[in-house]
Design a protein around this ligand. Structure first.
Ligand code: RP5
Length: 176
C-alpha cells in the first residue's frame, strides 16, 4: 500500500501489478488536483481478505470515494461496493482477451442494490476526475482546481487547432 499523505481522500485498488500502467494515469490526475489518495494492489479473487481490509482501513482513515480497476471478469469494483457505502468508481481494464469487453460488462452490469459507477474501458483519467468531482461537492478549493483543469484542457485544444494549419498546410505544400 502506498499513500500520498496521512489523510487520503480517495482509495484506489487495482487487481494486479499488470494494471499499474493504466491506473497510474488516474494517480497522475489526483496528484495534479492535489487530492491525497491511498493505493494498493488487491485482487477480489486472489486476495479477497486484502480487499476488505484495505476498504475498512481506508474508510477509517477518511477515504470518501473508491476507485477499483480490474481486467478479465472484473468483480473488484462490485466487491468493494459490497463492503462500503461510499461511492465506488470501477475502471474496466483491457486484459488478455476481448479488448476489455469482459471487464466492461462485469463492472457496468451490477445487479440492483450495489451500485458501481463504471467509466470507459481503461478510463482511468475520467475515474479520477469523477472522484474529484464527488469530493468537490464539499470542497470549494478543489472545485476551483477542477475549473482550472478544465480551462487548461480547453487551452490545449485551442493550441492544437492553432498548429493545425501549419501542420496540414505544410503537408499539402510538400505534395506534387
Ligand atoms: C485481474 O486479472 C487483474 O485486475 C488484471 O487486470 C487481470 C490479469 O492479472 P495478471 O494475470 O496480469 O496478474 O485480476
Amino acid at each position: 500500500m502506498f499513500a500520498t499523505g496521512p489523510a487520503p481522500r480517495v482509495g484506489v485498488l487495482m487487481g494486479s501489478r499488470s494494471d499499474l500502467p493504466t491506473v497510474r494515469k488516474a494517480l497522475e490526475v489526483l496528484d495534479d488536483l492535489e487530492v491525497p489518495y491511498a493505493v494498493t494492489i488487491a485482487s477480489a479473487h486472489r486476495t479477497p481478505q486484502r480487499v476488505t481490509a484495505f476498504v475498512a482501513d481506508a474508510e477509517a482513515r477518511g477515504v470518501q470515494v473508491f476507485i477499483a480497476a480490474a481486467g478479465g471478469a472484473a468483480h473488484l469494483a462490485g466487491v468493494v461496493a459490497a463492503h462500503t457505502l461510499k461511492p465506488v468508481i470501477g475502471i474496466p481494464l483491457k486484459a488478455w482477451a476481448t479488448d476489455g469487453l469482459d471487464a466492461l460488462l462485469s463492472t457496468v452490469q451490477m445487479p440492483g442494490g450495489v451500485p458501481v459507477a463504471a467509466v470507459a474501458v481503461d478510463g482511468a483519467v475520467n475515474a479520477a476526475l469523477l472522484a474529484a468531482r464527488i469530493l468537490a461537492l464539499q470542497d470549494p478549493d478543489l472545485r476551483r482546481r477542477l475549473e482550472e483543469h478544465r480551462r487548461r484542457q480547453a487551452a490545449a485544444v485551442e493550441e492544437a487547432d492553432a498548429l493545425l494549419a501549419g501542420e496540414l498546410g505544410g503537408e499539402k505544400a510538400g505534395r506534387p
